[in-house]
Ligand binder design. Structure first.
Ligand SMILES: NC(=O)c1ccc[n+]([C@@H]2O[C@H](COP(=O)([O-])OP(=O)(O)OC[C@H]3O[C@@H](n4cnc5c(N)ncnc54)[C@H](O)[C@@H]3O)[C@@H](O)[C@H]2O)c1
Ligand SMILES: O=P(O)(O)OC[C@@H](O)[C@@H](O)[C@H](O)[C@H](O)CO
Length: 496
């Protein structure tokens, strides 16, 4: 039996179905949104009905949209936990679009007053930021094409959608980034404003934006791997229906937001793991550094050690030791913790989540897009330690292992898992390092090639340490490099 609205298994439905009327436009309909914000919306609707159906917009790739259209927007979540597996169904998407193919229609959708929230999950890469400055990447042809009139990048699309909204009466709206970025709301606002200034939006428009458009910051958390045939088969076996696009997910979910909505919101406070607080910035740092920073380290060490999944990697004793050192020596001291937050309990839970063999999250997924992700995880806490005269060994190891995976020095083979990682800057990295005659020069070319902020690269001690660790990986293997990084751990941290 094919899954669709005619065959909606009510006993498996999460929360309530959305009404026909849509109130949210989501850009970036792929995996994460469908297991996170969409689930929270279904749960919110069960507690408090409202006009909060979702329009799911894919940026470029029509695959998920086409499959969901075939299924009347209904899909399943396969929750995979060490305790067992279960299937539930989400029914909140009421319309779909592919921005690259239907740009005018998507701009109209963004301008419609009934759409009160625009949510985004387009990956860190989708914001097209300059790695050095954090602003829009003005060397990116897609950014330049959007300045010249296009709306193909996410920032261009949202900005031009806001202009159209202003021209059509200016109903208030909230833009809510659900990507893994530090100060995601503030950053989205500043990129959109940069774009609007570049295209010459006038003072009246900016006065409207100031008074009517909000960009709340948010921390999002749920480990959601890619869909495989094994996931489709498990759904068929457990629930008896065929879903072309089910989403696998862990049980844990968390969404912490600022309650700054310009035109209302679903009653998300009733959904699992949702909290509204003015301490979002602290939660963001906790999550992006403790979880995502360590996740990157687990993935790059694991890939070089031939470990296909995150649990395979995390359970290697050398990986666990490095991750604990990263957490306790380097990341944790860099965070002003939210009130009442218990870091040891949070970290203990992280290790349990990373040991979810049933979920089997792939090392290559977590290690993909490192050039954009590491910027959110490493520079600020690394600079904090470097300012104090201490070299962050595990952050240097993360950077070294990333380089070894996606921009291997000549003659070094990082193995099939590293080759599987998607890295949008692979070609640029290869070009930057083409003239290097040894590993030192190779690493120097990466560090000074505009892939990391100048402020971090200015610390010679960091660049030198990354180079030493890449040399160790190439010469003696990743385990030896990890042992070296652990051996140079400051004594007071080892004792503490
Ligand atoms: N999957 C997770 O475990 C998870 C957890 C927390 C947060 N997130 C956030 O959600 C994002 C998406 O995760 P996912 O699991 O849906 O990933 P996915 O690989 O399934 O989809 C990637 C999404 O990003 C978009 N995208 C990628 N590059 C883009 C570009 N240059 N311009 C515009 N759009 C682009 C794609 O169109 C797609 O919608 C992550 O990058 C992260 O910021 C994911
Ligand atoms: O989603 P990314 O691409 O920012 O990073 C990869 C993983 O670290 C990430 O997806 C985690 O699984 C997620 O952030 C958990 O909430």
């Amino acid at each position: 039996m094919k899954l669709d609205r005619k065959h909606l298994p009510l006993d498996r439905r999460i929360g309530a179905s959305a009404p026909a009327e849509t109130g949210i436009v989501h850009i970036g309909i792929a995996q994460f949104h469908r297991a996170h914000a969409a689930v929270a919306t279904a749960q919110a609707l069960a507690a408090e009905p409202g006009e909060w159906g979702i329009v799911g917009v894919a940026s470029h790739n029509p695959a998920v949209v086409n499959a969901l259209r075939e299924q009347d927007g209904v899909y399943s979540i396969l929750e995979l936990t060490p305790e067992g597996e279960s299937v539930s169904v989400v029914d909140v998407h009421r319309d779909f679009a592919v921005a690259a193919e239907e740009t005018e229609r998507v701009l109209d959708l963004l301008a419609e007053p009934r759409h009160k929230i625009i949510t985004l999950t387009v990956s860190e890469n989708g914001y097209r930021r300059d790695s050095r400055t954090g602003g829009l990447d003005r060397s990116d042809p897609a950014v330049l094409a959007d300045f010249a009139g296009g709306a193909q990048t996410t920032v261009g699309l949202v900005a031009r959608g806001l202009v159209r909204r202003f021209e059509r009466g200016g109903a208030p709206v909230t833009v809510l980034s659900c990507d893994n970025m530090v100060s995601a709301g503030d950053v989205t606002r500043s990129l959109v404003v940069e774009f609007l200034e570049e295209i010459g939006a006038g003072p009246e428009f900016f006065a409207w934006l100031e008074a009517n458009v909000t960009f709340p910051n948010a921390m999002v958390d749920r480990i959601v791997p890619a869909t495989t045939d094994a996931v489709r088969e498990a759904v068929r076996r457990i629930a008896g229906f065929d879903d072309a696009v089910p989403v696998p997910a862990e049980g844990f979910t968390m969404w912490v937001m600022e309650d700054k909505f310009a035109a209302g919101r679903p009653a998300w406070e009733h959904a699992d793991g949702v909290a509204f607080t003015d301490e979002v910035g602290k939660y963001e740092l906790v999550k992006l550094r403790l979880l995502n920073g360590s996740h990157s380290l687990i993935s790059y060490l694991g890939a070089l050690d031939g470990r296909e999944t995150i649990p395979d990697s995390r359970t290697q004793p050398f990986v666990e030791e490095c991750v604990r050192a990263a957490l306790y020596d380097e990341y944790l001291p860099s965070i002003d913790l939210p009130s009442g937050f218990d870091p040891d309990a949070y970290i203990a839970r992280l290790f349990v989540r990373w040991t979810n063999f049933a979920l089997g999250d792939k090392t290559a997924r977590v290690g993909s897009d490192g050039s954009a992700k590491l910027l959110q995880r490493i520079p600020a806490p690394a600079i904090r330690l470097l300012e104090k005269g201490s070299v962050p060994q595990q952050m240097a190891l993360t950077a070294a292992a990333w380089i070894a995976c996606v921009c291997p020095p000549q003659g070094f083979d990082p193995g099939p898992i590293a080759r599987e990682m998607v890295e949008p800057k692979r070609e640029a990295l290869a070009a930057a390092t083409a003239g290097a005659s040894n590993v030192r020069e190779h690493v120097d070319a990466v560090m000074r090639g505009g892939f990391l902020p100048d402020e971090l690269v200015a610390y010679e001690a960091f660049t030198r340490r990354v180079a030493e660790l890449v040399e160790a990986i190439v010469r003696d293997g990743v385990r030896a490099a990890a042992a070296d990084a652990l051996a140079k751990r400051p004594l007071e941290d080892r004792e503490g």
